[in-house]
Design a protein around this ligand. Structure first.
Ligand code: ATP
Ligand code: MG
Length: 265
């Protein structure tokens, strides 16, 4: 029997809201739950996943497959155990040989997804008819937004367009959240978008640091609020249970006490 992957697409109205960072980190979180993950970049112009997954300048990319020079098998990279990445490239020369109207996304998605249990797609910002029409009918969309008005309004437009295309939107993730009375609150956003909230990921500079190190935030600090939020999102999408990891404060206090001589070494 041919194994069918689950198809999950991370979309957003605005750019820069953290789609690619979350695609990667939620993918890592799902692999911790034992799933085999394939991450695929759908942004043909501004490749993102290659940088964020630490897969810098890969030899063969989706561009070569779309230009019919290479097979999909040649551009599947294992970045960690059970995490595979299908990147796009950055060269306009190769892009010139690709006619976006004749891309057979169906074939690419079918072949790419056969490598894992969950196929996570990092869509470009906004909706591109070319791509949305190529998405499998069983695609489940997660919309990423920040709490600014323009980002939420564009998330709403995206949600409406996916509805019109009959593509199932599971819910949204509020990313880069921080408490500020001028920003929309999670419940306000929920009532504007009229879809369930999947999680609130706090603003944390650890995201930038982890990218610089070619790692996930989970690897950097699994007990931080941002890591627990990402693990919870992965658990909810997978229908699994997750208990947040508590920061080991006791240990730090013990070490401090030893340092000042209150406890023996
Ligand atoms: N929760 C967060 N806290 C702080 N910084 C974050 C968070 N999530 C993402 N970032 C940072 O925001 C920047 C944009 O993230 P990312 O590239 O993932 O966004 P994107 O939506 O994929 O952008 P694009 O539209 O360009 O593809 C990056 O520098 C990333 O490290
Ligand atoms: Mg991106």
């Amino acid at each position: 029997m041919v194994k069918m992957a689950r198809f999950i697409a991370f979309a957003s109205g605005k750019g820069g809201v953290g789609r690619t960072s979350l695609t990667f980190n939620v993918g890592v979180a799902m692999s911790i739950f034992g799933e085999k993950i394939v991450l695929m970049d759908f942004d043909l112009i501004m490749a993102n996943l290659d940088v964020i997954t630490g897969l810098l300048n890969p030899d063969v990319t989706l561009h070569d497959v779309l230009a019919r020079d290479k097979s999909i098998q040649e551009c599947v990279y294992e970045i960690e155990h059970d995490i595979l990445v299908i990147p796009t490239g950055i060269h306009f020369e190769t892009l010139k040989n690709i006619n976006p109207n004749y891309i057979s996304w169906n074939k690419i998605i079918k072949e790419g997804s056969s490598f894992g249990d969950i196929f996570l797609m990092d869509l470009p910002a906004g909706i591109n008819p070319n791509i949305s029409e190529g998405l499998p009918a069983t695609t489940e969309v997660v919309i990423i937004t920040n709490s600014t008005m323009p980002s939420v309004i564009d998330a709403l437009k995206t949600r409406i367009l996916f509805d019109e295309l009959d593509i199932n939107v599971l819910g949204f993730v509020l990313n880069m959240w921080h408490d500020d009375k001028f920003l929309l609150s999670p419940t306000e956003i929920e009532s504007i978008l009229e879809i369930p909230i999947f999680g609130v990921v706090p603003y944390d500079r650890a995201m930038d640091r982890s990218v610089a190190m070619g790692k996930s935030v989970l690897e950097l600090n699994p007990s931080s609020p941002i890591s627990n939020a990402i693990m919870q999102i992965a658990a909810d999408i997978l229908g699994r249970e997750y208990e947040p990891i508590e920061p080991d404060k006791g240990n730090i206090i013990e070490r401090l006490k030893k340092f000042v001589g209150l406890l023996p070494e």
